[in-house]
Design a binder for this molecule. Sequence first.
Ligand SMILES: [Fe+2]
Length: 413
Amino acid sequence: MDTYSFEDFVGDRDTFLAEHFNKKPLLRKGALAGRLDGLPSVRQLDDVLALETTPPSYLRVTKGGKGVPSGAYTRTVARGAALAEAVNPEKVYELFRSGGTVTWNSLHHVLPSARRLLAPFTDTFACEGEVVLFVTPARNDGFSPHHDSIDVYVVQVDGTKTWRVWATPEVRRGDEASYTAEELGEPVIEVTLQPGDVLYVPHGTPHAAAARSELSLHLSVGIEPRRWRDLLRDTVDSVVRDPEFHAFPYLPGEGPQGDEAVADLSRHIELLRDRLASLEPVSEAKRLAQTGRERAGAGRPREFSRLHAADALTTDSLVRRSSAPVEIGESDGGKTGIRVNGHRIAVPDAVARTLRDLDGGRQVTTSEFFPGVDAARSLSAARGLARLGVLECAEHAVFPVRPSTADHHDQGK
Ligand SMILES: [Fe+2]
């Protein structure tokens, strides 16, 4: 299964950030040609629709440029004692056959392939994003000229779609808006996207799209990076978690108690100012990036896969230290204490020595991991430490153990 990097979509990262990001559209013909297997497909869309439990808010059907009321493709289902509206797949297919465009919002909520597509973007921009899927029947007008309030990365997956993109205006409006082709003039990009083509449309940039002779499926990754106000609010939030800011003040605003409250407020503002001034910008930037990625789910662990890989280690497997920080203590009576991911355990000194040796990225077979014992016991020790996240298999992709959220919050203090 293909996984994707940010560069797969936009090419060289520095060039993209300097010349296109937030400035002008980018067309990359064939960027993912032959590498579409890992992306959401028509078949996966059928599978998700067949689940029959989709809340109507995920789906939108448009016909002749107008939204179809959700009542036209939903039904009422019993969920326990309650009744709920759910999408009716047959009605969706019927609307599609008669010329409707089906839009599936937040596809990454339900489809792993959509999460994989989103991850390089949320990882790069450390913010949340959304994968929206558009499936359009042949010879459909699609969407008339408009602009969106977020950055959009379009990936054509099936069929073809003709796009017109106009120049990104100097001054951009924050809201969404429609245009007529006459008021826009000549587009800067006019292209028929083929499967594997990628198109970047910065926010506020007018664009229009229409399917041609066959069904078209394209994915649109929408990203709205956090603004300064979002980042600074997060920074202040992290600072005021300190117990110094826990008290309940009384703020009557007048009289002797009022004067005292105002003086108290002034002290707290000063304290906040001092705390902000003492923040180390490099580590605070790292913390903000990390919290952004966590909120976007880009760093969500794959614990079952990791534990499965640990249990599948054999005496021939090569292991190495994972990226999880490990504190190795002093020897005491033949055992050495180690601390990792909030666990404290004692390991034989020989095992602790191997762990120190592996610090520079070196690898060792599981049977050599615990010198002085037989291969089966050495394997057992390696498996135990792999389950705890100290070791990982060096031969095939194993998902890293990320330090806990609490550890990240401590970094900026
Ligand atoms: Fe759009």
